[in-house]
Design a protein around this ligand. Structure first.
Ligand SMILES: [Zn+2]
Length: 61
């Protein structure tokens, strides 16, 4: 089951904090999420970075 390139497929959203204009915004998950304000890929994924930290601690799923 591939989930790439299907229009209308439910895309996951992330809450990102833009490190450039310091704005929080919700965007769809992609490799380089861009800020809705400055359109630059400066978004820091808050939840994903937290999850990555959890994974490093050996918590799988
Ligand atoms: Zn921005």
């Amino acid at each position: 089951m591939s989930s790439d390139g299907s229009p209308g497929s439910k895309s996951r959203m992330l809450i990102g904090a833009c490190s450039r204009c310091m704005l929080y915004c919700m965007v769809s998950v992609k490799e380089f999420p861009t800020c809705v304000n400055c359109k630059q890929p400066y978004l820091v994924d808050l939840f994903h970075s937290a999850a990555a930290t959890a994974e490093k601690r050996g918590q799988c799923k």
